[in-house]
Design a protein around this ligand. Sequence first.
Ligand code: OOB
Length: 504
Amino acid sequence: MWPDDFAARYRAAGYWTGQTFGAWLRELAEEHGEREAVDRLSYAELDARADRLAAGLHGLGLRRGDRVVVQLPNGTAFFEVIFALFRLGALPVFALPAHRENEVTHLVTHSAATAYLTTRDLEVKVEVGQVIHADELPYAEPIELDGPAAGDVAFLQLSGGSTGLPKLIPRTHDDYLYSVRASAGICELDSSTVYLCALPVAHNFPLSSPGVLGVLHAGGRIVMAPRPTPETAFPLIERERVTITALVPPLALVWLEAAKRAQHDLSSLKLLQVGGARLATEAARRVGPELGCRLQQVFGMAEGLVNYTRANDPDEIVETTQGRPISPDDEILVVDAHDRPVAPGEIGHLLTRGPYTIRGYYRDSDPAAFTADGFYRTGDLVRLTPTGHLVVEGRAKEVINRGGEKVSPEEVEEHLLAHPAVRDAAVVAVPDPYLGERTHAFVVPLGEAPTGAELRKFLRARGLAVYKLPDRTEFVDGFPATGVGKTSKKDLRAALRARLEGGI
Ligand code: OOB
């Protein structure tokens, strides 16, 4: 949590307003009442259902402070559930639909969740107090609830995760609502906005940058897409006259290709946001001419800091940078390996601190991710342009960014090592024109080597999300080592790169 002097400053500046998500929705319902909020559900209906569901969940024994793992597909139930939990003061712990036994179990265990709320389609087997299904939500007569304070943690978000299993990110009502309001302003949302939620809604980008919550703040309308493919999204854009949507770079590439042959009228689309991983400049330049809308680059992280290119930035800036921070009080440091500021314009490690960036992970996991004076070490290598925009040049931390989906090499290695015919495993990133990065697993076999397909099957059976399965597996006799005898991933990457460049 933030030190008192910082908290006082953020309140005095008007960033933290003392409002909870529950109170915020009530205010929106009073203002926009019968207007459509999401998929034909009005603001007033959403507000009323959240009250009834909060009462029902209370009836099931859920109380303020309890953690509930929420794994839902894109749909209206997501909104009812999170606002009901916010009103109860229970904390949603956000799982993505792609998560399987392994990830959900980790979330339940690490957060000590008492309930798991999901659909029958997505449900995985996990040991937890109770499972609540979205097709049988327990509505009841609204009751008086004491509810949370605005400074309390509202939910736990998943980190992209630099080591091992994902860490949990505690976001407060005050800090998150600030980022939502400010993002809605920066992205110029208003009551005429129609937002297509194509990415999984629980991810920070479609949730709050400005995302579905930003749209509610502006009194606009949300259209939930069950899938982000052009086949699903394009007809929705035409039918609902969608004005804005958000994609990760690999999907943006698929949309650009599909738009060439599109039978659908996409002319309502004014803004395409792209973020989550680096968008190639070449692709960025195609968005205007090929999709007929403006591009906005978004460089954010569930830990807090979000950067946007702005509507009035020149095209060149929008196409070649990842934007600038939301807040005048976002502090940005670009430093060398010894935390000393690099010369202006030089590449360095991005450290940040501010009114919506966490000061520590849940239960203080990975304290080394923060400096003594509270800056978050993003693990990203950036450079700051003279105009104050950030350009992401790479990553110092190990996490692999597979088209916006973050894969922790250590986590996959752990699972590979569990196979009886695997002696050692090292997973590294390989550059990929489509995904940005894909995964390559080096495996030292024990006895007769299994096949790559066998290992994938094994990992799936262990409940690992499909996007984490190695894209390629290569069997080797041993690994290059560092000075102290650790596997040198640097050398493995270099060997792969040399081979790729040699066309082998
Ligand atoms: C978003 O959040 P996370 O928590 O899944 O991942 C954060 C990491 C960043 O530290 C950076 O390594 C990478 O994803 N990243 C980008 C990027 N946006 C995120 N790398 C290059 N260019 C970009 N535009 O991914 C996220 C959260 C809120 C808004 C947008 C993205």
